[in-house]
Design a binder for this molecule. Structure first.
Ligand code: CMP
Length: 136
């Protein structure tokens, strides 16, 4: 039975800076994702703080928000059967050092902060995160 879902993907500043966005977008397409919407934006630190509010209490929160707002990013609305988990599989572990061969973070990530891509971690958060960037 099909279970079409939508999820948010962000190509982070380290990957945009290295001009990897087309390569990463092709990875999604080659793995059966449809990119329904996309835009290249440069968000403020305050917007990053709102986006990552879920991590507010973490010691890395400030650096994380400074980083996401440090340069242009590409945000995408992805669609696929079981998109949320499928995107997390394709991204690999948060820390590129721990990510499996073939995953995006293994291939492109530099460090736990500069890990090239973000993806929603649940169906519920995907709705919230998509609304954040693509509300009509
Ligand atoms: P992301 O999937 O965008 O979600 C939160 C981000 O925080 C994560 O990727 C990492 O880039 C970053 N981060 C930095 N330090 C840590 C840490 N110790 N544990 C988890 N995430 C971290």
């Amino acid at each position: 039975m099909s279970n079409i879902q939508h999820t948010l993907s962000i190509i982070k500043p380290d990957a945009v800076e290295r001009n990897l966005q087309d390569q990463i977008k092709n990875e999604f397409k080659n793995h059966g994702f449809q990119i329904l919407e996309e835009k290249k934006i440069h968000i403020s630190k305050e917007e990053a703080e709102r986006f990552y509010k879920i991590h507010e209490s973490k010691p890395f929160y400030n650096d994380l928000c400074a980083y996401l707002s440090s340069g242009p990013i590409v945000v995408m609305k992805l669609q696929k059967d079981n998109a949320v988990i499928e995107n997390r599989k394709l991204m690999g572990a948060t820390n590129p050092k721990d990510a499996e061969e073939g995953t995006l973070r293994k291939k492109y990530g530099i460090s736990i902060d500069k890990n090239s891509v973000h993806g929603s971690d649940s169906v519920e958060n995907a709705k919230i995160e998509l609304e954040f960037f693509f509300k009509n």
